[in-house]
Design a protein around this ligand. Sequence first.
Ligand code: NAD
Length: 498
Amino acid sequence: MNTIGHLINGEVVIEGNRGQDVFNPATGEVTKTVDLASKRTVEDAIAAAQAAFPAWRDTPPIKRARVMFRFKELLEEHAEKIAALIGEEHGKISHDALGELQRGIENVEYACGAPELLKGEHSRNVGPNIDSWSEFQPLGVVAGITPFNFPAMVPLWMFPMALVCGNCFVLKPSERDPSSTLYIAQLLLEAGLPSGVMNVVNGDKEAVDTLLHDGRIQAVSFVGSTPIAEYIYSTATANGKRCQALGGAKNHAIVMPDADMDNAVNQLLGAAFGSSGERCMALSVAVAVGDAAADALIGKMSEAMAGLKVGAYTDNRNDFGPVITRAHQEKVVGYINSAEEQGAEVVVDGRNPQVDGYESGFFVGGTLIDNVTPDMLSYREEIFGPVLQVVRVQTMQQAMELINAHEYGNGTCIFTRDGEAARYFSDHIQVGMVGINVPLPVPVAYHSFGGWKRSLFGDLHAYGPDAVRFYTRRKTITQRWPSAGVREGVEFSMPTMK
Ligand code: NAD
């Protein structure tokens, strides 16, 4: 059986001591094994990155950017292969995998602007014959730890920007679907990146903990579930590292009585069920304002859901695929059961979907639940499955209070035709990414991505302008070149320009 290894100093390495099964979630079969890195192997990766750092740091930004230009072309050239690797291990349909890759490529495009992004800040004559400027210098070796649900896009949020800023990188992808990530890292070498600048270690807690405790790692970017994000943030910062840790979500859409209901239903369908709801920006709760809006939403949504197609990644006519593992399938079904037991109404039931030819796959069909209340377990926790819950409220204020009270604050959206209401909503909602009639307000690559509250631990968001700040350290230089023969007098008070 194919074993997926690590990429260290430009070579694929397999330890062969500990391994974990990798499944095809559509068939339920084990198709590969992923090698789980020991502390020693992770240390080898860190050492390779450390050794590569001096030369890479001194490589002109334009040359670092040129690697990214070539890398972008290779990603486009091999897009179908990458989408197939994602499909085999994650299960997402090819059109969706290509979409995720495209969003990742857009981060590479942004990274191609490194020379402009790293120009720094300059002030002439801050005092007599004195100039001052700030430079943004690389940190050294930085690490990324990524989740299963975007094996291409989320790593691409991190390493292109870290690398063009002059850092070397050690990436620990999800052990559940590691192949596409490893392949993408290999394309970097083909694009001309020197060996050791980018390293990949597959593994579990042992690999992560090694990264968190090793003094050579300067910064850690993490994306995953909230309990692990919190652990990563507290451990990394306690060890003196810079850290950004993006966590889980519970994204609400407010459906106002004046919303274009057909449009809202179409938008919600894709945002709730696309990628089987396994997106941190998935809209998993619709808050309908007024019973008329709620009844219309439930009626039109159930009708539309009759046409949802769930199946294997190979058939592009499918809307979404299986969830990642059998255990996760059981967890999602458990949340649906609990909502029902706690008094909600399962209007469209996806607990036993029929997927011909894939009877052992980890499928959950699209599920719609009405009359969900904030005390229910299925409302409080992230389900991460193709389940849309409807909460009924009477006013927009109540809808906003509900969202603001939730522990997560990743994304949200309002469907309305009322500009004043939309503006009030975006001003006062306690969420990091807000959509106005846009269901998945994932910022484009030249903005930055991040939630509020327990959806993000740390100060800087992912990718975009925040990534330049996260992956560099500011140094401010103040320089005086007095005219020949001029001597400055002694000055004991604080220098000012008064
Ligand atoms: P996860 O937290 O289980 O795993 C993420 C990473 O952490 C993986 O690389 C994993 O190997 C590692 N990990 C897991 N348990 C660990 C432990 N005990 N100690 C150290 N490392 C550990 O997340 P997942 O299931 O792969 O991904 C889904 C989650 O990620 C969801 O909660 C989703 O909302 C979240 N997510 C968030 C964003 C965002 O931008 N906020 C984006 C994508 C996914």
